[in-house]
Design a protein around this ligand. Structure first.
Ligand code: FAD
Ligand code: DHB
Length: 392
């Protein structure tokens, strides 16, 4: 089999890239290790920056998102028993959209299949070869029939943090990396929303986040130990913990209900040294990880593939290498901005096991500044809604 761009991974990065290329008449094949049903049901991110929504429109995959996504013009910071609104829209003129990642994946998969583009599920990639540009690059993968190869001009590794593309790229220096001394416990609960907007709560027992999915389904997270287990948390214990950490507003607290799903998410910061070698490129979680506090992972994946799609289009149109060679530098600028924001928000809102009274006062002083200074709130809001396109 032969194609122009071989894409590893049918996550948001891989599927969006395929769709953007298709719109410019560039053919690609997406190879995905997992099955379609699993991809379409794995619960993950939920916050889309306006720039990501625009890109999904350009990819022709935004119809359901426009109907079912919820626009939020503010978020709340909760600490010291009170809630304080950050008015994203008043401060930046922009709003976020809450829409589940697996719903977005359903939309991108449907758009890809409708356009007749190559998308192969249950096909784990096993090796990447000959991507030095001297001839066609080769992706080796397995399907039900055995070992296969895909020849292509370019390979893009959109295969997430545990994929194989980053190893194949063979970095000479170790990546930048930080592990946090806590994790997030995430739940999906069958309840009505307890608040009109997302709540980020800083409490001495630990961080908590109240998000949403629909009028009947809510997504909530709370900080837990990195080695915690889902089995250690029966439903009542979860609700007790969340209610202890999230202050009630006007006497209205969190509403308890049936918990449909529980998972634990590791917290790390990670950036690969380079996103390119020869004809092999990295995008999305394969290249970088942020702790989820700033809701940046999916949005960064989208921003990467936008830049890469532009560079590939330029190459296929006029043979130019310039934008391709500049991809790593340009993408890393936004990546480091998001890394810093996510790290800072994580430090601001979580209970660190080694923090003493002084560190806790530092957190409180910064929270107080954020909710009382327009300049400080604007900086938070600008980063949260995402830096504009001309930032890259
Ligand atoms: P992935 O989604 O990881 O996709 C990679 C794909 O590659 C997978 O389908 C995998 O099966 C496939 N693959 C791996 N190896 C191979 C192989 N060898 N061969 C073939 N296929 C392979 N981000 C936000 O922006 N906003 C949020 O609100 C947010 N909240 C989050 C909450 C949680 C609990 C978590 C866990 C993450 C959150 N994120 C958030 C991050 C976001 O989910 C990820 O950054 C995003 O999924 C990255 O997309 P990706 O396409 O790069 O990688
Ligand atoms: C969600 C996830 C996040 O990481 C975040 O910061 C906000 C919301 C969510 O899944 O809804």
């Amino acid at each position: 089999m032969r194609t122009s761009v071989g894409i590893i991974g049918a996550g948001p990065a891989g599927l969006l890239l395929a769709q953007l290329l298709q719109r410019h008449g560039i053919d690609s094949v997406v190879l995905e290790a997992r099955g379609r049903a699993e991809i379409e049901s794995t619960v993950r991110a939920g916050v889309l920056e306006p720039g990501t929504v625009e890109l999904l429109a350009e990819a022709g995959a935004d119809a359901r998102l426009r109907r079912l996504g919820q626009e939020h013009r503010g978020i709340a910071l909760a600490f010291d028993g009170g809630r304080h609104r950050i008015d994203l829209y008043a401060l930046t003129g922009r709003a976020i959209t809450v829409y589940a990642q697996h719903e977005l994946l359903k939309d991108l998969i449907a758009a890809r299949l409708e356009a007749g583009g190559g998308l192969l599920f249950d096909c784990p990639v096993t090796a990447l070869e000959a991507f030095d540009g001297s001839g066609p690059a080769r992706i080796r993968y397995r399907d039900a029939g055995g070992e296969r190869a895909l020849e292509c001009d370019f390979i893009v590794g959109c295969d997430g943090f545990h994929g194989i593309a980053r190893q194949a790229l063979g970095e000479r220096e170790p990546p930048w990396h930080r592990q946090y001394p806590f994790a997030w416990f995430g739940i999906l609960a069958a309840t009505p929303p307890s608040a009109p907007e997302l709540i980020y709560a800083c409490h001495e027992r630990g961080f908590a986040l109240v998000s949403t999915r629909s009028p009947t389904l809510q997504r909530l997270y709370f900080q837990c130990a990195p080695d915690d287990s889902v089995d250690a948390w029966p439903d009542d214990r979860i609700w007790d913990e969340l209610q202890a950490r999230v202050p009630a507003a006007d006497g209205v607290g969190l509403e308890r209900g049936e918990i449909l799903h529980k998972n634990i998410v590791a917290m790390r910061s990670f950036v690969a040294r380079s996103l390119q070698r020869g004809r092999l490129f990295l995008a999305g979680d394969a290249a970088h990880i942020v702790p989820p506090t700033g809701a940046k992972g999916l949005n960064l994946a989208a921003a990467d593939v936008r830049l890469l799609a532009l560079a590939l289009v330029e190459h296929f149109r006029n043979g130019s290498e310039a934008a391709l060679l500049d991809y790593s530098r340009r993408a890393l600028r936004r990546i480091w901005r998001a890394e810093h924001f996510s790290w800072r928000l994580t430090g601001l809102l979580h209970a660190f096991p080694d923090a003493g009274p002084f560190e806790r006062e530092m957190q409180r002083a910064e929270l107080d500044y954020l909710v009382s200074s327009r300049a400080a709130a604007t900086s938070l809001a600008e980063n949260y809604v995402g830096m504009p396109r001309d930032w890259d």
